[in-house]
Design a protein around this ligand. Structure first.
Ligand code: ZN
Length: 108
């Protein structure tokens, strides 16, 4: 991911990685609660999806254009199709609103 010059990979790689780990962790806890009912406290069945949702929302608020503060995840969810919004977020090299572009390696 660090080889590409997308906005997310340059500015928000750590945050995206943290959100992916959180979603995986809470997703697994939630699935475990659903399929192995007696093994976990029932409160986890309610709390795990809440934290999963909060991790996605947190990422949506954190990942924004450094120049105009356009929230890239929410913008992509609104403007791209269900199948392509995540790929768009991860690969877009420039902001659609202000045109801010990641400096290439030769410009740094
Ligand atoms: Zn922008």
């Amino acid at each position: 991911m660090s080889e590409s010059n997308s906005l997310v990979s340059v500015y928000y790689e750590r945050q995206v990685r943290a959100a992916v780990y959180l979603v995986l962790a809470f997703g697994l806890i939630w699935l475990a609660c659903l399929f192995m009912r007696g093994s976990f406290p029932s409160v986890l069945r309610l709390v795990a999806p809440l934290f999963l949702l909060l991790a996605v929302l947190w990422l949506g608020f954190v990942v924004c254009c450094p120049q105009c503060k356009l929230r890239l995840v929410f913008h992509a969810m609104r403007s791209q199709s269900v199948n392509s919004w995540l790929r768009w977020v991860l690969e877009t090299p420039s902001c659609l609103r202000c045109g801010h572009r990641v400096a290439s390696a030769s410009e740094l």
